[in-house]
Design a protein around this ligand. Structure first.
Ligand code: IPE
Ligand code: IPE
Ligand code: MG
Length: 251
Protein backbone atom coordinates (compact mmCIF):
# COMPACT_ATOMS: atom_id res chain seq x y z
CA UNK A 1 0.00 0.00 0.00
CA UNK A 2 1.27 3.46 -0.84
CA UNK A 3 2.61 5.64 1.96
CA UNK A 4 0.31 8.56 2.65
CA UNK A 5 1.35 11.78 4.32
CA UNK A 6 -1.29 12.37 7.01
CA UNK A 7 -0.63 16.13 6.77
CA UNK A 8 -1.52 16.25 3.09
CA UNK A 9 -4.84 14.46 2.93
CA UNK A 10 -7.85 16.17 1.39
CA UNK A 11 -9.94 17.90 4.05
CA UNK A 12 -13.00 17.23 1.91
CA UNK A 13 -13.18 14.15 -0.32
CA UNK A 14 -16.05 13.86 -2.79
CA UNK A 15 -16.91 10.72 -4.75
CA UNK A 16 -19.08 10.02 -7.79
CA UNK A 17 -19.81 6.36 -7.19
CA UNK A 18 -20.43 5.07 -10.71
CA UNK A 19 -20.53 1.73 -12.50
CA UNK A 20 -22.84 -0.39 -10.34
CA UNK A 21 -25.12 -1.21 -13.28
CA UNK A 22 -22.27 -2.18 -15.60
CA UNK A 23 -20.66 -4.28 -12.85
CA UNK A 24 -23.92 -6.25 -12.59
CA UNK A 25 -24.47 -6.48 -16.35
CA UNK A 26 -21.00 -7.93 -16.89
CA UNK A 27 -21.96 -10.70 -14.46
CA UNK A 28 -25.46 -11.22 -15.91
CA UNK A 29 -26.94 -9.98 -12.62
CA UNK A 30 -29.75 -7.51 -12.05
CA UNK A 31 -28.69 -3.86 -11.69
CA UNK A 32 -29.91 -3.77 -8.10
CA UNK A 33 -27.34 -6.43 -7.22
CA UNK A 34 -24.69 -4.00 -8.44
CA UNK A 35 -26.13 -1.33 -6.16
CA UNK A 36 -26.12 -3.76 -3.22
CA UNK A 37 -22.45 -4.56 -3.86
CA UNK A 38 -21.82 -0.85 -4.25
CA UNK A 39 -23.19 -0.32 -0.74
CA UNK A 40 -20.39 -2.58 0.57
CA UNK A 41 -17.84 -0.30 -1.10
CA UNK A 42 -19.53 2.68 0.58
CA UNK A 43 -18.99 1.05 3.99
CA UNK A 44 -15.29 0.55 3.22
CA UNK A 45 -14.74 4.11 1.94
CA UNK A 46 -16.60 5.63 4.91
CA UNK A 47 -14.59 3.56 7.37
CA UNK A 48 -11.24 4.22 5.68
CA UNK A 49 -11.86 7.95 5.27
CA UNK A 50 -12.76 8.30 8.91
CA UNK A 51 -9.73 6.22 9.98
CA UNK A 52 -7.42 8.35 7.84
CA UNK A 53 -8.77 11.50 9.46
CA UNK A 54 -10.57 12.98 6.46
CA UNK A 55 -12.96 15.59 7.90
CA UNK A 56 -15.63 15.66 5.19
CA UNK A 57 -16.70 12.85 2.87
CA UNK A 58 -19.41 13.59 0.31
CA UNK A 59 -20.92 10.77 -1.73
CA UNK A 60 -23.06 11.22 -4.85
CA UNK A 61 -25.65 8.55 -4.19
CA UNK A 62 -28.65 9.60 -6.31
CA UNK A 63 -28.88 12.46 -8.80
CA UNK A 64 -31.86 14.63 -9.77
CA UNK A 65 -31.62 12.99 -13.19
CA UNK A 66 -31.60 9.46 -11.73
CA UNK A 67 -35.37 9.86 -11.11
CA UNK A 68 -35.74 9.18 -14.86
CA UNK A 69 -34.50 5.61 -14.46
CA UNK A 70 -36.97 2.69 -14.59
CA UNK A 71 -39.36 2.83 -11.61
CA UNK A 72 -38.21 -0.58 -10.41
CA UNK A 73 -34.59 0.56 -10.13
CA UNK A 74 -35.57 3.83 -8.41
CA UNK A 75 -37.68 1.91 -5.88
CA UNK A 76 -34.87 -0.58 -5.31
CA UNK A 77 -32.40 2.24 -4.70
CA UNK A 78 -34.71 3.97 -2.19
CA UNK A 79 -35.23 0.69 -0.30
CA UNK A 80 -31.50 0.03 -0.29
CA UNK A 81 -30.80 3.54 0.95
CA UNK A 82 -33.23 3.15 3.85
CA UNK A 83 -31.77 -0.23 4.77
CA UNK A 84 -28.23 1.12 4.59
CA UNK A 85 -28.93 4.09 6.86
CA UNK A 86 -30.78 1.94 9.41
CA UNK A 87 -28.02 -0.66 9.49
CA UNK A 88 -25.14 1.77 9.61
CA UNK A 89 -26.31 4.35 12.17
CA UNK A 90 -24.98 2.36 15.13
CA UNK A 91 -21.57 2.16 13.44
CA UNK A 92 -21.68 5.90 12.71
CA UNK A 93 -22.24 6.48 16.44
CA UNK A 94 -19.27 4.24 17.33
CA UNK A 95 -17.06 6.04 14.83
CA UNK A 96 -18.29 9.50 15.85
CA UNK A 97 -19.48 10.25 12.29
CA UNK A 98 -22.18 12.83 11.59
CA UNK A 99 -24.73 12.41 8.79
CA UNK A 100 -25.63 15.27 6.49
CA UNK A 101 -27.78 15.33 3.33
CA UNK A 102 -27.71 17.67 0.33
CA UNK A 103 -30.21 17.72 -2.51
CA UNK A 104 -33.91 18.25 -3.01
CA UNK A 105 -35.31 16.26 -0.12
CA UNK A 106 -38.91 17.17 -0.97
CA UNK A 107 -38.75 14.68 -3.86
CA UNK A 108 -37.69 11.77 -1.64
CA UNK A 109 -40.37 9.35 -0.35
CA UNK A 110 -41.63 10.13 3.18
CA UNK A 111 -40.25 6.91 4.68
CA UNK A 112 -36.79 7.69 3.30
CA UNK A 113 -36.97 11.22 4.72
CA UNK A 114 -38.05 9.86 8.11
CA UNK A 115 -35.11 7.46 8.16
CA UNK A 116 -32.72 10.25 7.16
CA UNK A 117 -34.10 12.63 9.80
CA UNK A 118 -33.68 9.99 12.48
CA UNK A 119 -30.07 9.31 11.47
CA UNK A 120 -29.23 13.01 11.19
CA UNK A 121 -30.71 13.73 14.61
CA UNK A 122 -29.05 10.77 16.26
CA UNK A 123 -25.60 11.64 14.94
CA UNK A 124 -25.97 15.45 15.24
CA UNK A 125 -23.62 15.80 18.21
CA UNK A 126 -20.87 13.61 16.72
CA UNK A 127 -17.65 15.53 16.23
CA UNK A 128 -15.71 13.28 13.82
CA UNK A 129 -16.08 13.04 10.06
CA UNK A 130 -19.11 14.63 8.37
CA UNK A 131 -20.61 12.14 5.92
CA UNK A 132 -22.72 14.01 3.37
CA UNK A 133 -25.02 12.02 1.12
CA UNK A 134 -26.04 13.79 -2.09
CA UNK A 135 -29.59 12.53 -2.68
CA UNK A 136 -31.93 13.76 -5.36
CA UNK A 137 -29.05 16.16 -5.91
CA UNK A 138 -28.20 18.21 -9.00
CA UNK A 139 -25.75 21.11 -9.06
CA UNK A 140 -27.90 23.24 -11.37
CA UNK A 141 -31.00 22.61 -9.28
CA UNK A 142 -29.06 23.56 -6.13
CA UNK A 143 -27.93 26.83 -7.78
CA UNK A 144 -31.54 27.59 -8.77
CA UNK A 145 -32.75 26.92 -5.22
CA UNK A 146 -30.05 29.25 -3.90
CA UNK A 147 -31.00 31.98 -6.40
CA UNK A 148 -34.68 31.59 -5.45
CA UNK A 149 -33.93 31.98 -1.74
CA UNK A 150 -31.74 34.99 -2.43
CA UNK A 151 -34.57 36.55 -4.42
CA UNK A 152 -36.99 35.94 -1.53
CA UNK A 153 -34.56 37.61 0.87
CA UNK A 154 -34.09 40.52 -1.55
CA UNK A 155 -37.85 41.01 -1.85
CA UNK A 156 -38.09 40.91 1.96
CA UNK A 157 -35.48 43.66 2.08
CA UNK A 158 -32.87 41.45 3.79
CA UNK A 159 -30.47 41.37 0.83
CA UNK A 160 -29.35 43.80 -1.84
CA UNK A 161 -27.33 43.36 -5.03
CA UNK A 162 -24.19 44.84 -3.46
CA UNK A 163 -24.24 42.14 -0.74
CA UNK A 164 -23.67 39.38 -3.28
CA UNK A 165 -20.18 37.96 -2.96
CA UNK A 166 -18.93 34.43 -3.55
CA UNK A 167 -18.98 33.87 0.23
CA UNK A 168 -22.60 34.98 0.50
CA UNK A 169 -23.61 32.86 -2.49
CA UNK A 170 -21.87 29.91 -0.85
CA UNK A 171 -23.97 30.33 2.27
CA UNK A 172 -27.19 29.88 0.27
CA UNK A 173 -26.08 26.53 -1.18
CA UNK A 174 -26.99 23.13 0.34
CA UNK A 175 -23.28 22.79 1.14
CA UNK A 176 -23.21 26.13 3.01
CA UNK A 177 -21.55 24.59 6.06
CA UNK A 178 -18.97 22.55 4.13
CA UNK A 179 -15.62 23.59 2.68
CA UNK A 180 -15.20 23.01 -1.07
CA UNK A 181 -13.99 19.51 -1.98
CA UNK A 182 -10.22 19.21 -2.34
CA UNK A 183 -10.39 15.95 -4.23
CA UNK A 184 -13.01 14.25 -6.41
CA UNK A 185 -12.88 10.57 -7.34
CA UNK A 186 -15.12 9.18 -10.09
CA UNK A 187 -15.17 5.46 -10.79
CA UNK A 188 -16.14 3.47 -13.92
CA UNK A 189 -14.12 5.36 -16.51
CA UNK A 190 -16.61 8.17 -17.15
CA UNK A 191 -14.85 11.52 -17.33
CA UNK A 192 -17.62 13.97 -16.58
CA UNK A 193 -19.13 15.83 -13.64
CA UNK A 194 -22.76 14.81 -14.31
CA UNK A 195 -24.25 17.82 -12.51
CA UNK A 196 -22.40 17.18 -9.22
CA UNK A 197 -21.30 20.18 -7.06
CA UNK A 198 -20.89 22.51 -10.07
CA UNK A 199 -20.05 25.61 -8.03
CA UNK A 200 -18.01 23.85 -5.36
CA UNK A 201 -15.68 21.92 -7.72
CA UNK A 202 -14.06 25.09 -9.14
CA UNK A 203 -10.57 24.21 -7.80
CA UNK A 204 -11.04 20.56 -6.87
CA UNK A 205 -8.42 18.06 -8.06
CA UNK A 206 -10.14 15.44 -10.25
CA UNK A 207 -9.31 11.73 -10.35
CA UNK A 208 -10.81 9.14 -12.66
CA UNK A 209 -10.43 5.39 -12.48
CA UNK A 210 -11.70 2.67 -14.81
CA UNK A 211 -12.75 0.48 -11.87
CA UNK A 212 -16.49 0.08 -11.35
CA UNK A 213 -17.68 1.17 -7.91
CA UNK A 214 -18.39 -2.35 -6.51
CA UNK A 215 -14.78 -3.32 -7.36
CA UNK A 216 -13.18 -0.20 -5.83
CA UNK A 217 -10.84 -1.37 -3.05
CA UNK A 218 -8.88 0.06 -0.12
CA UNK A 219 -5.75 -0.17 -2.28
CA UNK A 220 -7.39 1.89 -5.00
CA UNK A 221 -8.51 4.49 -2.47
CA UNK A 222 -4.96 4.77 -1.16
CA UNK A 223 -3.61 4.98 -4.72
CA UNK A 224 -6.03 7.81 -5.48
CA UNK A 225 -5.06 9.67 -2.30
CA UNK A 226 -1.37 9.22 -3.14
CA UNK A 227 -2.09 10.78 -6.56
CA UNK A 228 -3.75 13.71 -4.80
CA UNK A 229 -0.67 14.20 -2.65
CA UNK A 230 1.51 14.45 -5.74
CA UNK A 231 -0.59 17.26 -7.25
CA UNK A 232 0.37 20.91 -7.07
CA UNK A 233 -2.67 23.05 -6.40
CA UNK A 234 -2.13 26.55 -7.71
CA UNK A 235 -5.51 28.32 -7.38
CA UNK A 236 -4.58 30.62 -10.25
CA UNK A 237 -1.13 31.52 -8.90
CA UNK A 238 2.25 30.56 -10.34
CA UNK A 239 4.11 27.41 -9.36
CA UNK A 240 6.88 29.54 -7.82
CA UNK A 241 4.43 31.38 -5.61
CA UNK A 242 3.09 28.07 -4.32
CA UNK A 243 6.62 26.77 -3.63
CA UNK A 244 7.49 29.96 -1.72
CA UNK A 245 4.31 29.69 0.32
CA UNK A 246 5.11 26.04 1.08
CA UNK A 247 8.63 27.06 2.23
CA UNK A 248 7.18 29.78 4.46
CA UNK A 249 4.65 27.45 6.07
CA UNK A 250 7.48 25.07 7.05
CA UNK A 251 9.13 27.75 9.23
C1 IPE B 1 -23.98 4.46 -9.88
O1 IPE B 1 -24.00 3.36 -10.71
C2 IPE B 1 -25.13 4.49 -8.90
C3 IPE B 1 -26.19 5.46 -9.23
C4 IPE B 1 -26.16 6.34 -10.17
C5 IPE B 1 -27.39 5.41 -8.40
P1 IPE B 1 -24.88 3.33 -12.03
O2 IPE B 1 -26.22 2.77 -11.69
O3 IPE B 1 -24.90 4.64 -12.70
O4 IPE B 1 -24.07 2.29 -12.90
P2 IPE B 1 -23.82 2.35 -14.47
O5 IPE B 1 -23.23 3.68 -14.79
O6 IPE B 1 -25.15 2.15 -15.12
O7 IPE B 1 -22.87 1.24 -14.72
C1 IPE C 1 -23.85 10.13 -11.53
O1 IPE C 1 -23.86 8.92 -12.20
C2 IPE C 1 -24.80 10.07 -10.37
C3 IPE C 1 -24.41 9.22 -9.27
C4 IPE C 1 -23.30 8.57 -9.16
C5 IPE C 1 -25.38 9.13 -8.20
P1 IPE C 1 -24.79 8.67 -13.47
O2 IPE C 1 -24.58 7.25 -13.87
O3 IPE C 1 -26.19 9.05 -13.17
O4 IPE C 1 -24.20 9.68 -14.54
P2 IPE C 1 -24.26 9.70 -16.12
O5 IPE C 1 -25.70 9.60 -16.51
O6 IPE C 1 -23.49 8.52 -16.62
O7 IPE C 1 -23.60 10.99 -16.53
MG1 MG D 1 -23.75 5.51 -14.09
Amino acid sequence: MSQLDPQKLPVHLAVIMDGNGRWAKQRMLRRIVGHQRGAETVKMVVEQSSLLGIKYLTLFAFSSENWSRPALEVRGLMTLLKKYIRQETARMMRKNIRYNVIGNRTDLPDDVNDTLDEAIQKTAANTGMVLTLALSYGGRQELCRAAARMTEDAVAGKLSASDITTELFDSYLDTGALPDPDFLIRTSGEMRISNFLLWQLAYTELYFTETNWPDFTINELHKALAAFQARERRFGMTGDQITERGDLSKD
